[in-house]
Design a protein around this ligand. Structure first.
Ligand code: ZN
Length: 379
């Protein structure tokens, strides 16, 4: 989910929102102002309903943020870096920069969000009770009660057992603890997510036919869960297939290398015709890996400029290229590569040791289908 605005850093975590968060805030405000609040507490002014609705809309966004921050804070404490939190139309997303080391940390990172939502629900519910005892206006009491209910609902919904919901992450932690294999546990939780997504879509359709607007929302959420769980299931299967195979066992020597100082013109004339590559590794003047250059970038340089354009000017810099050390797990590299053509294998000094392309990965996967790889050992 792309961040449209960045709010800043909270507890050291980059927090932002996608524009679609406004849709969520509007839907909540509109639903409360025109339907929920007039039903719960009749007799108030339109302005009153809309003001209370807007405050609740903002507080819901705040609740989602606290839910995500809880995941992030526990993750950081467990040594897992948190890249960012993004709020959007269907809730919040925390992007973690790594894997928890144990099923126990995985469990608490996942559980922290729903526990926070339940806590918020209880605070809002208790607040509603206190407000009504002290004779606060009924509109305020109803709004607080609604906020409490929604937070508890969010917790319960998120605890449904399937990825990418928190309940799926909890299921994965439990399976991981039982089997000792994080990848198979991930595959199980992802499969559960796919089933859950289908069930929610079916339920949403049934609801839509009975004229309930919430049905449409369920279909959307179900679709999102099904798609995301499908992708996670694919990743998990890749990890299972590649097992503990090291990058060094899969990499190959580059058939051709592009040098920073070479002109595009010369590279196209002398190297490209003799090689089938679509992407070439690039090495700088000191002999260190500097990135990659794709054939389509090379041919896009206008003829007249090709003699004076150096490879260095058009290459993809190393920071945007998947890289790995020879002892890293191929499974991790394969996930980082995704659909990208080429990864570079480098040593601590950034010297180019080899490359891994999709063909190397495909070949290894075919071999492993015959002779399965050893599984990682976990305590
Ligand atoms: Zn969560």
């Amino acid at each position: 989910m792309r961040q449209t605005v960045r709010f800043g850093r909270i507890f050291g975590v980059d927090v932002g929102a996608n524009w679609s968060l406004l849709v969520l805030i509007f839907l909540v405000t509109n639903g409360l102002a025109t339907v929920v609040l007039p039903e719960l507490t009749p007799g108030h002014s339109t302005t009153g309903y809309w003001s209370a609705g807007a405050v609740c809309g903002l507080l819901i966004a705040g609740s989602l943020l606290l839910h995500e921050l809880a995941h992030s804070v526990v993750a950081r404490r467990a040594g897992v870096p948190v890249e960012r939190i993004t709020l959007w139309a269907l809730g919040g997303v925390s992007v973690l920069g790594g894997e928890p080391a144990s099923p126990r940390s995985a469990f608490w990172i996942a559980a922290a969000g729903p526990l926070t939502s339940i806590g918020l629900g209880m605070v809002a519910g208790g607040g509603a009770l206190a407000l009504s005892l002290f004779g606060a206006p009924q509109l305020v009491v109803s709004s607080a009660l609604w906020l409490g209910t929604i937070n508890v609902f969010l917790a319960v919904f998120n605890l449904l057992p399937g990825n990418p919901l928190d309940g799926g992450r909890i299921l994965r932690a439990v399976l991981w603890r039982r089997s000792g294999d994080p990848d198979r546990a991930e595959a199980g939780a992802a499969r559960a997510g796919q089933v859950l997504g289908v069930l929610l879509i079916a339920l949403g359709f049934v609801q839509s036919f009975t004229g309930e607007f919430a049905g449409l929302w369920l279909v959307l959420v179900g679709l999102m869960i099904m798609t995301s769980a499908g992708a996670e299931s694919q990743t998990a299967r890749l990890r299972i297939a590649l097992g503990t195979t090291r990058v060094a066992d899969v990499m190959s020597a580059p058939r051709a290398i592009a040098y920073d100082a070479t002109s595009v013109d010369r590279f196209l004339a002398e190297i490209v015709p003799g090689t089938p590559e679509l992407v070439y590794p690039v090495v700088d003047l000191d002999g260190r890996a500097a990135g990659t250059v794709a054939l389509h970038r090379l041919v896009r340089v206008p003829r007249s400029l090709a003699p004076s354009t150096r490879i260095a000017e058009i290459r993809t810099p190393l920071k945007d290229v998947p890289v790995a050390g020879p002892d890293d797990r191929v499974a991790d590299l394969a996930v980082r590569m995704g659909a990208r053509t080429l990864a570079l294998v480098i040593d601590h000094d950034h010297r180019l040791l080899g490359v891994v392309d999709q063909q190397d990965l495909g070949r290894r996967l075919r071999l492993l289908a015959e002779h399965p790889a050893p599984r990682p050992e976990t305590a």
